[in-house]
Design a protein. Sequence first.
Length: 583
Amino acid sequence: MHATRWINRRYIILTIISIIMLSIQFGQNDPVQLSHEKKIYVDENENKLFWPKALPFFVRLAASPDNDAPSYLLNRVSPGSTVSKESIENGIELELSGNQYIRWFNAVTMDTVLLQFYSDGHNPKSDFTFSGGQSFQSNIKSFYGPGIHCSLSAGDELSGVDQIYYSVDDGDFVEYTGDISFSVEKEYKLQYYAVDNVGNVEEVQSKQFTIDTSPPTTEHVRIKVYSKNTLSPITELFFNGSDKISGLKDVYYQFDEFDDPGRYPDKHITINHLPDGEHTMFYYGVDQVGNKEKSNSFKFYLDNIPPVSRVEIQGDLYSGDDMDYISARSLLSLVSDDNKVGVDYIEYAIDEREYFEYEVPFAAPLLSGEFSLRYRAIDLVSNLSKIEKRTFMIDSKAPTSSYTIEGNHFSQAQVIWMTKDTKIIMTATDNASGVRFIEYQIGNNPVSIYSDYIAISKEGQYSTKSWCIDMVNNRVENDAMLLIVDNSPPEILESYNLSPIDTKVDKSGETINIYPKHLSISLAALDRSSGVEALTYSINGKDPIRYNKSIMFQKEGTFKISIQTNDKVNNSSSKEITLAIKG
């Protein structure tokens, strides 16, 4: 009992007996895999002991944890144990990887002590990564471009990776210390494996691949060429290219140095988007791993500008916001210019009719209304200009005009009486091209363009003419007018049937005549132009009365008579008479 307690209070030291195993793998032309001993690995940081699963272990007892303390091999087996004495003498074999425990049980205290270590029977696993260049994977082969290098990595579930080894092209395995570079163009065979910290060895892994450092070759092909290196806009280009190793991936091309290279779309490319003149096409191929061909060049002249055509109108023309207006007198002429080889011919069509070849100027196809003219030109290398379309409205009707009078006036037939303040407002309308201007002439004065209104300040009679012209010179003459400017009011006249019998001075100091009863006053108004419109009078401030008979005075008193008159253009005058009746 005491001996058992003494043993439980001591550390149990495990002593390792290593068995050296050589594992050599042979294959056709394969390098010989290096031999790696099984070993015990102690992880000082994690305080873990890793034991190779393939090695048996023995248990010794020591009275001290010191390395030089005497230890005693345990080789007795208690009765009933399934472990034979022979097994103890040859070592205990581990069956599983992972946590392992040696258990001591105190039958008195019922305490259990577990002595832990780890069994590692798993091989590490390694892998590769290529970087620094482009790669391409076909159905059966791997290709890598210039600058490629390979890095190896490995992982292990238990004790961890000790080292990685590799072989290139069946050479000896060497320890992996850093990236592996491949610069020579050829096919490579890379073999590699990893070893963990207890000597477990991975099966040799193999990777075959090809390094491709040669660029492809390409050439251009032209179809529909006008002549030699002069190309037409209908010329099409395509490329033939090849690569002997990884294969051609793309062809890039550009026109002139200012353009950016574009990827060839595997179909014919057109050049009609280029400007007319000298050009150079640069092109090169790129293989599947990024090898780029030295740029090729092809110089050519492109006659890509079709003729430029225009319509010239001989005669009346007005271009509105959305329509061109011409008169029935106008002629249409087609003109075309070409920058390089010259114009072959011009053709035109009216509305949707068929095209005719243009020869000489022609008149509009109708007397009034709208029509469209389509036209195009072809040069001597078959550059066809786009169809130009121009729409015309034939305006054969003159505009209509009218006038209104603003201010005092009197009209009779084509005679208009007016004052210096009267304004004649003229308007004109045109249902097609629109009114260009209104012109007028007063008497022998110069012709004037109408703007806001017509006004005449000086009294007199004026013969006035006016006419209106639209945008395509259709003209309408208005009826002549006689304008009479009347700025003078009518003159007031009065007559008495009796003579004054006396005078007196009123409060204001004015001398007034005194008449006998039964005085009558007759009134009249005289106008020398437009005529009198009205004559009214008022006595002593009463409401005005329109004059139509003599004014009678039957009663005595003082009377103030206010007389008003105006002519037909509202020129007005007034007069006041003060008198007294007595007797």
